[in-house]
Design a protein around this ligand. Sequence first.
Ligand SMILES: Cc1cc2nc3c(=O)[nH]c(=O)nc-3n(C[C@H](O)[C@H](O)[C@H](O)COP(=O)(O)O)c2cc1C
Length: 363
Amino acid sequence: MLYKRIVRPILFLMNAEFVHDLAVFWIKVIGRTPFIHKVPQHFLSVNSRLLKQSVDGITYNHPIGLPAGFDKNGQLTRSMSMFGFSFMEVGSVTALPCKGNKKPRLWRIPKHETLVVHYGLKNDGCEKVASRLARHKGSLPVGVNIAQTNTGTPVNLQDSVEDYYASYVKLEPYADYMVVNISCPNATCGQQFLQADNLDVLLTKLDKVVSDKPRYLKLSPDQTFSGINKILNIVKKHNVQGFIVSNLVKDRTKLSIPQKDYSKVGVGGLSGSVTREMSTKVIKHIFEQTKGSYTIIGCGGVFTAEHAYEKMKAGASLVQVYSGFIYNGPTTVYNINKGLIKLLREDGYGSMQEFRESVLNKI
Ligand SMILES: Cc1cc2nc3c(=O)[nH]c(=O)nc-3n(C[C@H](O)[C@H](O)[C@H](O)COP(=O)(O)O)c2cc1C
């Protein structure tokens, strides 16, 4: 209430990227003093046996995590637990440091609970982020999301593959799971590996990395089902454990936002409420096509427990929340978890395993 009535209106008067950088600065400072961040963590963490589960060998206290994009540079791994998340994803990180696209490159459209993002993979590069992650291990499982360095000019396929490989090898030792982001809507070549043939080349190279850590692909919500099926066919041949579904929406024609509501924002991918249905449809499609044999992390437009539950019923084992956290504030994860416990109990489930079995049985 306090956040939505007082804090958010003030923050939303300011430039969105400035507010984000300010938030990262303060969260980082708080992370350095465990005594301080343990206080909100105590009040905002939900520890219930009902929500606990193991996914690909990693234990999660509950299903709600933070996706890539909030902590691009691995500065917050000691402190994000204070908002009650059960895991977080750093990145996207690229092989070389990248300044990203020209400012302004982040906007809000509050009426549609969306953020318009045109960062273009701004980040410190894999060397710096790896050294940070080596020093700052927090209490949460940390995924590391990698993408291709955004040089602003097209890069040939083999060089692109080497670029991903370099950051994968550098960052994998510090990750609990790895994400290969093939769906960045704002970078040159950001989506070339959504094409099945190209993806085959990339995954063949990544198969050379000897690791028992889960490897997930981050997909786009814009893809057609036939495009997704082609990806699923390729993935079968490679060492991939699952998918993050999904990234920002690139194709605005698929959204029901009237043209006039875009008047104050620039080009870029959209997050938040407007992506909810699209990402849930893709989750359901992949879950059904693969008969639940891959891990799915659902992402896109989750603001409430009902939204998270919808994605879990469609086949997601875990759910990530970004825009919901920006729009609803620090108690978002706590509220979603409390709501999830209620929904699972109402439906008669005694554990996440029971819930999961029932979702699998419905395919
Ligand atoms: C400001 C911002 C920056 C983002 N940067 C990245 C990124 O670097 N890599 C990535 O894989 N996804 C990135 N994303 C996408 C989110 O991880 C997520 O997939 C998307 O926002 C949908 O979730 P939401 O509706 O909960 O925000 C970004 C999203 C936002 C809002």
